[in-house]
Design a binder for this molecule. Sequence first.
Ligand SMILES: Cc1cc2nc3c(=O)[nH]c(=O)nc-3n(C[C@H](O)[C@H](O)[C@H](O)COP(=O)(O)OP(=O)(O)OC[C@H]3O[C@@H](n4cnc5c(N)ncnc54)[C@H](O)[C@@H]3O)c2cc1C
Length: 441
Amino acid sequence: MAKQIIGAGGGHGGIAAAHLLAKRGYDVTVYERHTRENMGYDWTDIFDKKGFFAAEMDLPAPDKFCLKQDMTFIGPGETIKLQQHTEPDKLEIQMERKAIYDHLIENAERSGVRFVFNCEVEAPIMLGSRVAGIQTAQGAVYADLVIDACGISSPLRTKLPAYLGVQNEVQQYEQFYVYRAFFNKACETKEDKFKVQLLREGKLGISWVAAEEEHTDVLIGRFEPFDLAEVERSVASLRKDNPAIGTEIVRGGQFVHIPVRQPLGVLVADGYAAIGDSAFMTVPIIGSGIANSLKAAKLLCGAVTADAEGAYSAYTLWKYQCDFYKEIGANLAPLACVKLLLTRLEPADLDYIFETGILNADDMTIDADSTSLAAMFSGMTMDDLKTKAGGLVKNVGVLKKILRLGKEIGVATAVTAAMPKTYDPDKVLRWVKSYNACFKH
Ligand SMILES: Cc1cc2nc3c(=O)[nH]c(=O)nc-3n(C[C@H](O)[C@H](O)[C@H](O)COP(=O)(O)OP(=O)(O)OC[C@H]3O[C@@H](n4cnc5c(N)ncnc54)[C@H](O)[C@@H]3O)c2cc1C
């Protein structure tokens, strides 16, 4: 009989893993809290199309996506603009969230995945230290393996016993509180169609205003929760500089959370594997998580199929942990340190960094292949280096923060590389403690 696999929550990586495993003959059922029509948000996403290829899916029809626009980054004092200039073949794609779900679910259903919609997952069912199934609002379901794709607040990850080493809760500065809405377009925008402003009005976070054909996309993200009154105040302030933002919300208009932190230290337990936002696979400084989730699905599928006995223990699933950290996680960990730097910068520091070229438009041109710090700075010339160093030595406050960042990146990189190569509970617990300690604010 085929091994039974549960996809808990219809996260992108979970559906992609379900698709890959069903294709290989596993019996996979996904339990999702929303109805099929209500899955996903009423807005668009930007991501690397190679995610689809990793998940063994074709690209959707050409009318379902377009290429992303270059962004213009603006510092808090609005003294300088850094405009991206991405090479066309490295541009990420932009696609409606609901169309992404259509594509993933159609592929998964064709491979034989069953979906149970409108079904709340409540908790893991533990048999000793093994996750043996899930408790849902409709009853208990048992399986050989549970794939946790319930997102950042997963009721599985948050309820796993602490002794498994799977971190339950997100800490301060590890998630972004976001409000996003599409407003009617009040006028045409001729230049800087996608403006991203950092630390606007001295608030710790970002806002973006993107002029689209039919609407103006506004996103406000902060490291602290905020309310509708603050949204209205911020949007009114943004409208003064961006007259294209109309007064009517035509789509979206919702508060959401995005993980912006290092990937989950321990991704697996006996009978359990976390993927996507449940495992914090977003790029910590920009919050993109779709492509990484799809790429992780392929790695998880590799570990499951390699386990010929079908034990799906932490020991056999450790292959997924190692492959994920080798391919993706080891690059995300240093970026989590960069995110920490952003939380420590004063607005004047950031203006200085932009004005003196410590960060320039090339550095901010984050494309589909910018998956690591090394890739982001790969085009740096000797002249760039001199400019950056010159700027740093003239500002001791900024220099100290950058030196601290350099040290933190070095430690995080070394600790991540020291992850145990095989699963030994004591060694893994010791390692994850030191890994998590690398990212303290
Ligand atoms: C405003 C915003 C903008 C973003 N923009 C981008 C972008 O442009 N590009 C990009 O790559 N990423 C973007 N992201 C991040 C991206 O959404 C995630 O990183 C990515 O979707 C992976 O998360 P996930 O699918 O694992 O989790 P989620 O998207 O959170 O999906 C989890 C799924 O599980 C279901 N679920 C949750 N709890 C339960 C439960 N108890 N029972 C049953 N089902 C449950 C949910 O309904 C949902 O379907 C954005 C996120 C936000 C919030």
